[in-house]
Design a protein around this ligand. Structure first.
Ligand code: MSP
Length: 507
């Protein structure tokens, strides 16, 4: 049985959901939906990161207690997942009791293994990044990320990260697929090779965190708390728990490139130190800019994902985000690029194919899936292209090559449009020759079968549009398995409705 555990980062509750959050969550959802349709056992996790100084400060600014504030904001993030139709199995909040218990259990494991000691931290800290920085990393008084830093001295527990330099390198050498894309992997390796220092993992300046049971003056550093959510969701610390046994370490952690280091250095080190296996796959995606500029509140150019969805529709937004840039690289959002994608890929290529074939059948072929007669070479070729998608798309998804997944489907859509133009079913219809009427039905059958394949494979990307096409085709079984059985003739079609209207550029 194929098993896939897919995670997004848990999002800080210091503001409303933005395009970055929506992007990773949709990518995770596409993977989760794909693997479910492929028959895998899937768990898809997302949620909110609710502790730490950054969230505590945001609550203070809002004039609310951290509890009130996080309860309110977490709801917004949960609503966001509904708005984008994310199909998570678990929505984790780090303020939940089960999570406190899991984080404390992991801490105890590390303590018992002699991986934690008490000392004093003296150094720089950036609340915005919730990260410690060495003197050497400070650039013109700021963190390398541009975040403001403050000098901090406090009593702190440390994790013996330095001891895990070699084991981490060994692990990544033996498992070259563990970090992707490959450029990011190299960055992580050179960071580790540069030398790892022990990591401060507790704070005493504030109380909004998971308490350390053996020393209640301390709360956990928010990153050790947050990373643990990935195993809380599997029922840790009850390691015998079925979910943990099934899903760990068969995980795909998705995240933006800015937080790769936490996932690819700290997290596997914590796990190995606690006697657990490191994650199988860590995938860092790129960042979106807007009209070529970095998005920021102060520039006022932040793309509001809710507005995008209200303007262009959810399916279009999901498709655009997956199709526009190679997953793993940076990319730019602009309304013009969005409109271009909708009009060319969705309205012209896919929408027209479906609309012209299905309306033609509806009007000229008894409104039911036609019976094919003898298949010619070009028919077989067309059908084979659709059938090959099965293996090709699986490889794409194994590699999290989400853009390539779209491209491969659209190649077949292009072939199908060329096939319609070459076979000209409308001319066959007008012919007096009864052979042409039979040929027309074969052509329409081939096209309907190709459309069924396409509709089934776009389900992870555009669940609503796919389901409307499959409704029109009157298909019940929508799993990939269903494609192993040839399309049945004689099934009545529903009256075709346009699926992807064109968008005018004044939107
Ligand atoms: N709470 C931590 C994650 C803990 S995971 C154990 C966190 N949260 S966050 O809300 O600040 O960031 C969430 C994600 O949004 C990150 O993966 C980040 O890369 C992503 N993005 C933020 N802005 C982005 C863009 N402009 N474009 C794409 N992704 C971006 O970090």
């Amino acid at each position: 049985m194929t098993v896939r555990y897919i995670t997004t980062p848990i999002y800080y509750l210091n503001g409303e959901p933005h395009l970055g959050h929506v992007y990773t969550t949709i990518a995770g959802d596409v993977l989760a939906r794909y693997w479910r349709l492929a028959g895998a056992e899937v768990k898809f996790l997302t949620g909110t990161d609710e502790h730490g100084q950054k969230v505590a400060q945001a609550a203070e600014v809002a004039g609310e207690s951290p509890k009130e504030y996080t309860d309110k904001l977490s709801k917004l993030f949960l609503e966001m997942t509904k708005k984008i139709k994310a199909s998570q199995d678990v929505f984790m909040r780090t303020t939940e009791t089960r999570h406190h218990e899991a984080a404390q259990a992991l801490w105890k494991k590390l303590e018992d293994a002699g991986q934690i000691y008490k000392s004093t931290y003296a150094g720089w800290y950036a609340v915005r990044d919730e990260a410690y920085y060495d003197e050497g990393e400070i650039v013109e008084g700021k963190a390398p990320t541009g975040a403001p830093v403050e000098w901090m001295e406090e009593s702190s527990y440390f994790f013996r990260l330095s001891a895990w330099e070699r084991p981490l390198l060994d692990y990544y050498e033996a498992n070259p697929q563990a970090i992707a894309p490959v450029g990011r992997r190299n960055e992580v390796l050179s960071f580790i090779k540069g030398g790892l220092r022990d990591l401060s993992i507790s704070r005493t300046k504030f109380t909004w965190g998971v308490p350390i049971l053996s020393d209640p003056e301390h709360v956990m550093y928010v990153w050790i708390d947050a990373l643990t959510n990935y195993i809380t969701a599997l029922g840790y610390s009850k390691v015998e728990g079925e979910a943990f046994q099934t899903f760990w370490p068969e995980v795909i952690h998705l995240m933006g490139k800015d937080i790769l280091r936490f996932h690819a250095v700290y997290w596997p080190a914590f796990l190995m130190a606690a006697g657990l296996r490191p994650p199988k796959r860590i995938f860092a995606h790129g960042w979106w800019t807007h009209d070529g500029e970095k998005m920021s509140k102060s520039l006022g150019n932040v793309v509001d994902p809710f507005k995008l969805i209200d303007t262009f529709g959810l399916d279009s937004v999901r498709y655009f985000l997956m199709r526009e840039i190679p997953f793993g690289q940076d990319g730019d959002y602009s309304d013009a690029a969005m409109i271009q994608r909708i009009n060319s890929d969705l309205a012209n290529d896919l929408g027209n194919l479906v609309q012209r074939v299905l309306s033609f059948i509806y009007k000229n072929a008894e409104a039911q899936i036609p019976h094919p007669d003898q298949l010619l070479g070009e028919d077989r070729e067309m059908l084979a292209k659709a059938a090959h998608l099965h293996d090709i798309l699986r490889d794409d998804m194994e590699a999290q090559a989400l853009q390539v997944y779209c491209q491969h489907i659209w190649e077949v859509i292009g072939d199908a449009n060329r096939y319609v133009d070459a076979q000209k079913p409308w001319s066959l219809k007008k012919s007096e020759n009864p052979q042409d009427q039979i040929r027309m039905k074969t052509v329409l059958y081939v096209l309907t079968e190709v459309i069924r394949h396409v509709a089934i494979y776009i389900q992870p990307l555009m669940p609503d549009a796919a389901s409307r096409i499959l409704d029109q085709l009157n298909q019940e079984d929508r799993s990939f398995e269903a494609l192993k059985i040839p399309l049945k003739s004689g099934v009545s079609l529903m009256e075709p409705q346009p699926i992807f209207p064109r968008v005018e550029s004044d939107k």
